[in-house]
Design a protein around this ligand. Structure first.
Ligand code: FAD
Length: 464
C-alpha cells in the first residue's frame, strides 16, 4: 500500500479543522497546527459567541413581551450579563471539545503552537516545550484574519473595542459608539440595544449593511430607529478628541463630537499572513496581504494551498469550511474547483436577514430582465403566532427562463430558510418548481412559496 499523503494544516479555524477531518477520512496523515484555541475566530471570537449572546437577548426580548403573549412575569426582567457571558463561553467550549473528540477518533494530530513554513515541505512549530519540525507532502494555510485596526485609534485604550474585546466585556456599557454599520456592527448593536445600551452607529457608505439590497437596508434602518439606535450614514469619524478613563469622545465629520462609554471599531478584517514564512517558498500575497490563489486553491508555491479568510475571498465560516474540502480533494490528486456563485449571506440581528445570488439591481446590471415576487410576513400566520410579523421574503427570477437568480429576506428564521433558495439556484430550479412544491402550513417557509407565486402575480394571500 502507498504511504499516506502527509498534510500539514496551519490554523485550526473552520477552514483548517474541517480540512483536517476530511483529509483523515480520506486516509491522509494529517497534522493541524493551532497557536490558540481550536475552532478559530468562528468558534471563539466570531460566529458562535455572537450567536450565543443573540440567543440570550432573543429570550430576554420574548420574556419582556409577556403582556403581548398573555402572561405575566413577577418583578423586573433584567439581564444577568455575567451569566450570559458564562453561557456563551460554555457553548464555545462544548463545540471545541467536540472537535477535539473527532480529531482523536479520526487520528488527526493537533500540535499546539505557532507554525511557520521554513522551506518546501517543511513547517516549524514553536510550542510551549520547544520547536517541532514537521515534514509535509502538502501544506494548507488556514491562518484566518483578525479585526482591522485603523492607525488613528489607540487600541490599547480600554474604551476602544474590537469585535474580540467586545465579546469579553464584564459589564454592559451605558453607551456605545459603533464605527461601521456592516454585519458585525449591526449584530453587536442588536445585542447591546436589547441590554439597554444607548447606541450610535457611524457609517461612511450611503446605506447601512452596504452589501445588501437597498430597500431591505432602508427598512432595517427604520427597525433600528424604532429601537432607539441612531445610524449616521455618509459620515466619517475623523479622529479621537479625548480618551477619558470611562468615556471616549470622537470627532465626526462636519465638526460634531460624540461621547460614549465605549467605542467599537467594526470596519473589516485584516489577514494573518505575516510571520508565517510565505517568502521561504514563494507564496505571493496581494496588496492587502491576502494570499493569491487559483480556483483549485493552489497558491503560487507548489504543494501549498490557502483556504478561508486568508485568501480574501468571502470572509465567512461556511466558505472557509467549503474551501477546506476543495483543498483536501486537490491535495489528494483531485481536480476540484472553487465555485462561490451561490453563497448564503446571513445577518443574525433581530429580525434576521438573509440574502443570496443577485439583487434586482445586480441582475439588471448583469443583463437579466429580473422579475420579483414578494410576501410580507405580516400576512403569514406562523410569523404572527410567534409575534414576529415584521419583514418580508423577496425572490428574484430571470423573466426569460423563470429560473431563480436571487433572494433577500428579513424576518424570523430566514437564515435557515435561505437554503431552499441556495439549492434552487445551484440546481437551476424555476420559480414555478418552488411554487408547485407543497410547503407546510403554518410555517415561515410557506411565505417563500407565496413569494414564488407572486413572481407570476398569483400569490393567494396578497391583496391586489
Ligand atoms: P479563523 O477562524 O480566523 O482561524 C484561523 C486560525 O489560525 C486561528 O485559530 C488562529 O489562532 C490560527 N493561526 C493563525 N496563525 C497561526 C500560526 N502561525 N500558527 C498556528 N495557528 C495560527 N462567519 C459566518 O459564516 N457566520 C457568522 O455568523 C459569522 N459571525 C462572525 C462574527 C464576528 C464577530 C466575526 C469577527 C466573524 C464572524 N464570521 C462569521 C466570520 C468567520 O468567523 C470567519 O470567516 C471564519 O472564522 C474564517 O475561518 P478561517 O478558518 O479561515 O480562519
Amino acid at each position: 500500500m502507498a504511504d499516506a499523503v502527509r498534510i500539514v494544516i496551519i490554523g485550526g479555524g473552520p477552514g483548517g479543522y474541517v480540512a483536517g477531518i476530511r483529509a483523515a477520512q480520506r486516509g491522509a496523515d494529517v497534522t493541524v497546527v493551532e497557536k490558540d484555541l481550536i475552532g478559530g475566530t468562528c468558534l471563539n471570537r466570531g460566529c458562535i459567541p455572537t450567536k450565543a449572546l443573540l440567543g440570550s437577548i432573543e429570550a430576554l426580548h420574548k420574556a419582556r413581551s409577556g403582556a403581548e403573549f398573555g402572561f405575566a412575569v413577577g418583578g423586573d426582567i433584567t439581564p444577568d450579563f455575567p451569566r450570559m457571558m458564562e453561557r456563551k463561553a460554555a457553548i464555545s467550549k462544548q463545540l471545541r471539545d467536540g472537535i477535539i473528540a473527532i480529531f482523536k477518533k479520526r487520528k488527526v494530530k493537533l500540535v499546539a503552537g505557532e507554525g511557520r513554513i521554513v522551506g518546501p515541505g517543511k513547517v516549524e512549530v514553536t510550542t510551549a516545550e520547544g520547536t517541532v519540525e514537521l515534514a509535509a507532502d502538502k501544506i494548507i494555510i488556514a491562518t484566518g484574519s483578525e479585526p482591522a485596526r485603523l492607525p488613528f485609534f489607540d487600541f490599547d485604550q480600554p474604551t476602544v473595542l474590537t469585535s474580540t474585546s467586545a465579546l469579553e466585556l464584564d459589564a454592559i456599557p451605558a453607551s456605545l459608539l459603533i464605527i461601521g454599520a456592516g454585519v458585525i456592527g449591526c449584530e453587536f448593536a442588536s445585542v447591546f440595544s436589547e441590554l439597554g445600551t444607548q447606541i450610535t452607529m457611524v457609517e461612511m457608505m450611503p446605506q447601512m449593511l452596504p452589501l445588501e439590497d437597498t430597500r431591505l437596508a432602508k427598512q432595517f434602518q427604520q427597525i433600528f430607529k424604532k429601537k432607539g439606535i441612531e445610524v449616521m450614514l455618509k459620515t466619517r469619524v475623523e479622529g479621537i478628541a479625548e480618551y477619558g478613563a470611562d468615556h471616549i469622545t470622537a470627532n465626526i465629520e462636519g465638526g460634531q463630537q460624540i461621547t460614549a462609554e465605549k467605542m467599537l471599531v467594526s470596519i473589516g478584517r485584516q489577514p494573518n499572513s505575516k510571520g508565517i514564512g510565505l517568502e521561504t517558498v514563494g507564496v505571493e500575497t496581494d496588496g492587502r496581504g491576502y494570499i493569491v490563489i487559483n480556483d483549485k486553491l493552489e497558491t503560487t508555491a507548489k504543494d501549498v494551498y490557502a483556504i478561508g479568510d486568508i485568501n480574501g475571498g468571502i470572509l465567512l465560516a461556511h466558505v472557509a469550511s467549503y474551501e477546506g474540502l476543495i483543498a483536501v480533494e486537490n491535495c489528494l490528486g483531485g481536480n476540484a474547483q472553487r465555485d462561490l456563485k451561490v453563497v448564503p449571506s446571513c445577518i443574525y440581528t433581530l429580525p434576521e436577514i438573509a440574502s443570496i445570488g443577485l439583487t434586482e439591481d445586480q441582475a439588471r446590471d448583469e443583463g437579466f430582465e429580473p422579475v420579483t415576487g414578494t410576501f410580507r410576513l405580516g400576512a403569514a400566520g406562523k410569523a404572527l403566532a410567534i409575534g414576529e410579523g415584521v419583514g418580508y421574503i423577496q425572490i428574484i427570477a430571470d423573466h426569460a427562463t423563470d429560473k431563480v437568480i436571487g433572494a433577500n429576506m428579513m424576518g424570523p428564521h430566514v437564515t435557515d430558510l435561505i437554503h431552499e433558495i441556495a439549492v434552487s439556484i445551484k440546481n437551476g430550479l424555476t420559480v414555478k418548481q418552488i411554487g408547485d412544491t407543497i410547503h407546510a402550513h403554518p410555517t415561515i417557509g410557506e411565505a417563500l412559496m407565496e413569494a414564488a407565486h407572486d413572481v407570476h402575480g398569483e400569490s393567494v394571500h396578497v391583496v391586489g
